[in-house]
Design a binder for this molecule. Sequence first.
Ligand code: ATP
Ligand code: ZN
Length: 302
Amino acid sequence: MTPVTKGFDASGHLRLAVQKKGRLADDTFDLLKRCGLTLSQSKNRLYARVQELPIDILLVRDDDIPALVASGASDLGIVGGNVFEEERAGGRLQDRVPMVQKLGFSRCRLCIALPKEKNYSGPRDLDGMRIATSYPALTDKWLADNGVEGAESVVMNGAHEIAPRLGVADAVCDIVSTGGTLDANGLAVAETILNSEALLIGGKLSEEKAKIAEALKLRIEGVQRSRDAKYVMMNAPRSAIEKISAVLPSADNPTILELAGRPDMVAVHTVCREEVVWEVLEELKRLGASAILVLDIDKMLA
Ligand code: ATP
Ligand code: ZN
């Protein structure tokens, strides 16, 4: 195992619980890497140590993450909003675990889906139905909030999509990203009951651990800022600078540079904090800009 950063007592390490393997794990490890954090795996692969900050990573199943944080076994966790909200709706977190930061990846929806041949015109069509789900608390809450009568959730931990065909349920409530799995099983989305993304969750921290958490959050924010941000450069007529600045999305004040031998033209450099779409480039061209370059930004610290 690679040695831990010197100068920190391992007992003072911040513990961060993440999914060991799966769809959330891939995105989570990618985030940690983009934060400049290198993991050294322990032999038993139950935890890994971060080399650059005093952080220990607990490698667990995603469903266990909220409870690990609620019990204090882990200080922070990265978990899908779907799992977090289900635990909250089930009353198992008792407000001990607040959401710290939205992470913007692993986006998916929790949806109620019905066999395609059923026409759906509103929540009352679900009256009396059995809904197969691994999110019973969120499903029951949505049914109650929407005045659906006599419906009940049937807990299944996998293969929800085939439940209607097996006759064990009339509908399903499950995670949807592209809708391909539903479609392949003859189901169609009737309602979206939750929009989910990965969340950083955490409880109350000691002063020392709060400092480490702050350092981690700062790096995460830097990654998030640089994700959509672009460095934009172009040559433009000096007279069009004001109009060009107005077209660039969430741009800082641009840097204006002289162009040798062209007093009427300047080079414009700026950082745009939102996606720069093709329509923006076309508008810049109409305003007389040329040699327009849009570059990815690797890291950004405000
Ligand atoms: P575990 O073995 O840890 O219990 P799992 O089978 O419950 O894993 P995964 O399928 O790996 O879970 O999904 C984990 C989380 O990833 C989901 O709860 C959801 O928040 C998110 N997720 C679901 N679908 C996608 C997707 N298509 N792309 C990215 N993230 C997704
Ligand atoms: Zn799981």
